[in-house]
Design a protein around this ligand. Structure first.
Ligand code: PLP
Length: 364
């Protein structure tokens, strides 16, 4: 019998979350961001589920776009980091991949590589994130250079926000102002479209809803915000990470559990052992007390996360037995809560569910 640890992917939830993204901005187009294997949900299955609804997909790197094309996905795919090889450019122009141009080297490569089909380019502007993007020193001449090039179609000016997950931060409005100033000279020319919003901006900052939005995390049903936000409860978590109880024991007061004995029984306790660990993507830094759900009852992590197992205090649960199902995160246990207890973010947990964990698709 296979080990009963798996990630159940609710494709219906992903479709509903995408519809919600669209409802925030019915005037603009929302690109479904499916980089990093659709945040761990499986990019091919997610792309297939969304393909009839979306205008385009976005991935981080070239290889991810090729994987989707080879699986028969035909919608345009934006490559957020752009491409860096002549062969990749040729493939991109022939396969309707839109490429980001964020520096002069990428622009030179594009103009110097002869292409038969037109390449659609997005220009990335650095408005304050200071990670990728053109700035005042090179934006105008890069734009002119690409505009002069017959095999390039400059399509969109875009930028990325650094602090949209914090609705109290002034950074978002500062970046919006920078973006307006930087784009004002070009946006009237050549019917250029504009794009800036990720999930947090789309749901929390109406002024960021431009021609194209780029929602990612919200499609998978996790809140993009650092603090509770009114939009959170409209999201449907798309991944249920489940496992199974494989051991049970009684401890006396004072006995400890797991490596290093970091959890100690303060009363006679019942400990359940569950067959999922950090090699499956359960966060090794999850602290004692991290919530999980066993046979529908709330329990808490007790002791260090092992490679292939975790242990939970089920003293306050009733009737727990070997074989009982465990939800590590999903509809009952919010992945952002688990992430918080492990001093990380939900994005990290979703993308970290390992290859050892089978994905089961449901509810398409
Ligand atoms: C990942 C990414 C997004 C999506 O961000 P979410 O916070 O997941 O919505 C949008 N734009 C860019 C450039 C990205 O890298």
């Amino acid at each position: 019998m296979p080990r009963n640890t798996k990630a159940i992917i609710h494709l219906d939830a992903i479709k509903a979350n995408y519809q919600l993204a669209n409802q925030y901005a019915p005037q603009s187009k929302s690109i479904a961001v499916i980089k990093a294997d659709a945040y761990g949900h499986g990019c091919i299955e997610v792309a297939q589920a969304l393909e009839t609804q979306v205008p385009a997909f976005a991935v981080a790197i070239f290889e991810e776009a090729v994987q989707l094309r080879e699986a028969g996905i035909t919608k345009p795919i934006l490559i957020l980091q752009g491409v860096n090889q002549p062969g990749e450019l040729e493939y991109a122009s022939n396969h309707d991949l839109w490429t980001m141009v964020e520096n002069k080297i990428q622009a030179n490569l594009i103009t110097q590589t002869p292409l038969k089909a037109k390449l659609k380019a997005w220009l990335k502007l650095d408005t304050g994130m200071h990670r990728l993007g053109l700035d005042d020193s090179n934006l105008s001449d890069t734009f002119e250079q690409l505009k002069q090039c017959l095999h390039v179609d400059v399509m969109t000016l875009c930028s990325h926000l650094a602090s949209a997950s914090d609705v109290t931060s002034s950074m978002t409005s500062e970046q919006m102002q920078r973006f307006e100033i930087m784009t004002s000279g070009f946006s009237k020319q050549s019917a250029l479209s504009l794009s800036i919003a990720n999930s947090a901006a789309l749901s929390g900052f109406p002024e960021t809803r431009l021609d194209w939005n780029r929602p990612g995390i919200m499609l998978y049903g996790l809140s993009p915000f650092e603090h509770p936000h009114p939009s959170d409860n409209q999201l449907q978590p798309a991944m249920t990470f489940t496992s199974e109880v494989i051991g049970l024991r009684q401890l006396q007061k004072g006995e400890t559990v797991g490596y290093g004995g970091t959890w100690q029984a303060e009363r006679p306790s019942t400990i359940a052992t569950i067959t999922a660990g950090y090699a499956d993507g359960y966060p090794r830094h999850a602290a004692n007390g991290t919530p999980l759900s066993i046979a529908g009852q709330q329990a808490t992590l007790a002791g260090r996360v092992s490679m292939d197992m975790i242990t939970a205090d089920v003293t306050d649960c009733s009737g727990i037995k070997i074989g009982d199902p465990v939800e590590l995160w999903g509809k009952n246990i919010n992945a952002n809560k688990v992430a918080q207890a492990a001093e990380t973010i939900g994005y990290d947990l979703l993308t970290g569910v390992s290859q050892r964990v089978p994905r089961d698709y449901c509810c398409n």
